[in-house]
Design a protein around this ligand. Structure first.
Ligand code: GLU
Length: 267
């Protein structure tokens, strides 16, 4: 199999249980799968949510706070805990991780963007696995603003994938992929296996469905997929409860929903 640069995004609902406690089984499996792909010669970047949920749990807060400062405090605690877990799990598989925390400004300002790109290159060229999240503890605007650029990590990971010139971008969520209706309300809906063009009709379909927890939904995934496919990346949305779905995707199996890169589309 051709060696690839892969960006994998995993959401809060995949990484944590209802109460925000880390889902060690999934996190360990994820570390194992990504380490295997890495050991096969691929370069891997992980974009991980979960900081706020893990922090809420670790701080023994009864629910996710509404107050921005408390959310930021929870992110500070949770991010630290998450990285501790990743460091241990990836370490078990003889891999080294590095943490990158981003705000929108780090992407928008050219000089910062160039520095960031160089950091990713240096980590990847030296065999490290970058683990990325939004810098929630400092990024007030992103947590709160209506017009957040990457508050849900879907767009953040698409932007990271573009910055790293990734070959493919995989989103692991708490849903199999994009359905032709709302699977929570209509049991007969079917999974859409392949998407050529992301049309307005498709976006309307996605607006009605989504994942259960975390801040994103299917619509933010679709918008991010639109951005990534435009830049020539193959995009997959698959269920995160089995991180081995990543192997299946790499081997060309029909798992979840696949979005064809724009430059590969027929016509
Ligand atoms: N950056 C947020 C976190 O790590 C993302 C929250 C989410 O979309 O699940 O908690």
């Amino acid at each position: 199999m051709e060696k690839q640069r892969i960006v994998v995004k995993v959401g809060t609902s995949t990484l944590t249980g209802e109460n925000g406690a880390p889902n060690f089984r999934t996190i360990d499996k994820l570390a194992q799968v990504l380490s295997s792909l890495h050991n096969d010669g691929n370069q891997v970047v992980l974009v991980s949510s979960g900081a706020i949920a893990v922090g809420v749990n670790k701080m023994h807060l009864p629910v996710k706070p509404q107050d921005v400062c408390m959310k930021q405090a929870a992110a500070a605690v949770g991010q630290c805990e998450l990285m501790h877990i990743y460091d241990k799990c990836f370490g078990e598989y003889a891999n080294i991780v590095g943490q990158i925390l981003l705000t929108a400004e780090d992407i928008a300002v050219k000089e910062k963007r160039c520095n960031l790109k160089n950091t990713f290159e240096a980590l990847l060229e030296n065999g490290m696995i970058p683990i990325v999240n939004e810098n929630d503890s400092v990024s007030h605007a992103e947590i709160e603003s209506e017009k957040k650029i990457f508050g849900d990590n879907d767009m953040l990971s698409a932007i990271v994938a573009k910055l790293c010139e990734a070959d493919r971008w995989i989103i692991l969520s708490d849903i199999e992929g994009l359905y032709n209706g709302n699977p929570k309300e209509e049991p007969e809906v079917e999974l859409i296996h392949t998407v050529g063009q992301i049309t307005e009709e498709l976006k309307q379909l996605a607006a009605g469905s989504g994942s259960n927890r975390g801040t994103g939904g299917m619509i933010t995934k679709l918008e991010a997929a639109e951005y990534a496919t435009l830049y020539g990346m193959e995009v997959h949305i698959a269920h995160g409860n089995d991180p081995e779905n990543i192997y299946r995707i790499m081997e060309g199996e029909a798992v979840g929903t696949r979005f064809i890169p724009v430059n590969n589309q027929p016509g």
